[in-house]
Write a protein that binds this ligand. Structure first.
Ligand code: ADP
Length: 360
């Protein structure tokens, strides 16, 4: 008996220590207990909470259609759910965005599992994210015009007789132009992120030859990069109906990464495979690879691996976010298989719709 009491005290102490609001429900969705944080944040107390039906708590403030769907439709068939986001107007604390995490706890001699529900208020974080996005959007928009004109003037200057006759000046202007290109790419990345997040990225689909596009992109790398040879293998000529410029962007990003993250390797292999319903493009490198625990995170905005080697390689952590969103919008998939220290292979697929033809 004493040990049961000790366990209960222990469980209660854990619940009260957790900073997030936490409630435990019985199988009929009545509250068994809640923690201190729950009472504090939702202006409630034990008497008004325990043994009450969750939807009746605080004048029905938890009666939210999404939460109902979650507890009544999703949870019965799963043992847990994670990071389910809902926006809800609470009478006392106003509209909040909360993340819900739930887990079923099975116990002997009970008529069903208890439900542990954790509620994380992410309203401020969301607002900060929005402010950051707005800032990036405005800054990149304002930067675009001056950067484009500086680029134009650089190009005009490069042709000026005073410059063409002076090797050192000409060399400096070429370097300036290269840096200008990097700056323009950065501005374009920021603008792309904003457009993707606000659903404003317009896709322009046409029918084009994917193998030709890949050959062209690979050819450009061969022309400008001396550190690696980029090899392209393709089993068929394939026409697809998609956005040529955006796929170009994805290819450039994945091949640049393959080169960037394999400084000690000599080659990158690009391949294209066509099946009846889809095409698969792979970009394989023999570089540093990606640790298993980071492989899911690399598609997040601003994510960069924490390894020592990666730290020295420049980047913003936007390329894979942009690429995976573009492929998603084109109804394809993008993923990676990677072994640390051995290399990575990025895959992306694109559907072959009605307008997509196999040429041979
Ligand atoms: P960036 O290269 O600008 O950091 P990305 O979004 O393209 O941004 O990539 C995110 C992160 O994923 C990189 O910082 C790197 O840690 C990892 N990554 C991407 N491609 C590769 C690759 N081919 N090999 C190893 N790590 C990679």
């Amino acid at each position: 008996m004493k040990s049961i009491k000790d366990s209960l005290n222990f469980a209660e102490a854990i619940m009260d220590t957790v900073r997030e609001p936490l409630i435990v429900l019985n199988p009929d969705l009545c509250v068994i207990s809640a923690n201190r944080s729950f009472y504090k944040i939702f202006h409630s107390n034990k008497t008004d909470t325990e043994n009450k039906y969750i939807y009746k708590l605080g004048n029905g403030q938890w009666d939210n259609p999404k939460l109902r769907h979650l507890l009544e439709n999703i949870l019965p068939s799963k043992s847990f759910f994670q990071d389910f986001e809902i926006e809800h107007k609470f009478p006392q604390i106003g509209t909040r965005v909360v993340l819900l995490n739930a887990r079923k706890v099975f116990q002997k001699n009970s008529n069903g599992p208890m439900i542990l529900l954790a509620i994380e208020d992410i309203t401020e974080k969301k607002q900060l994210d929005r402010q950051k996005d707005d800032f990036i959007a405005i800054a990149s928009h304002e930067l675009k015009t001056p950067v484009t004109s500086i680029k134009l003037y650089t190009q005009i200057l490069q042709k000026h007789p005073l410059i063409t006759s002076d090797e050192r000046a000409s060399d400096m202007l070429t370097k300036m132009d290269t840096q200008m290109n990097r700056l323009m790419e950065l501005v374009a990345s920021f603008m792309n992120v904003y457009k993707l997040q606000t659903g404003k990225l317009r896709l322009r689909r046409t029918t084009f030859s994917l193998d030709e596009l890949i050959s062209e992109v690979v050819g450009n790398f061969q022309y400008t990069i001396t550190s690696h040879s980029v090899i392209f293998t393709c089993d068929k000529k394939v026409k697809i109906f998609a956005d040529n410029a955006r796929i170009n962007q994805v290819l450039v990003n994945l091949i640049s990464n393959a080169i960037k993250y394999s400084p000690d390797a000599k080659k990158v292999i690009v391949s294209l495979k066509a099946e009846t319903r889809k095409v698969t493009v792979t970009i394989q490198d023999f570089g540093m690879g990606i640790p298993k625990e980071e492989q899911d995170k690399i598609y997040e905005r601003f994510f960069r691996a924490k390894g020592k080697k990666e730290g020295k390689i420049p980047g913003l952590g936007l390329g894979l976010f942009i690429s995976s969103e573009i492929i998603k919008q084109l109804n394809g998939e993008l993923w990676v298989k990677s072994t640390e220290g051995k290399g990575s292979t990025f895959y992306f697929t694109l559907p072959r719709g009605k307008q997509t033809k196999m040429l041979n």
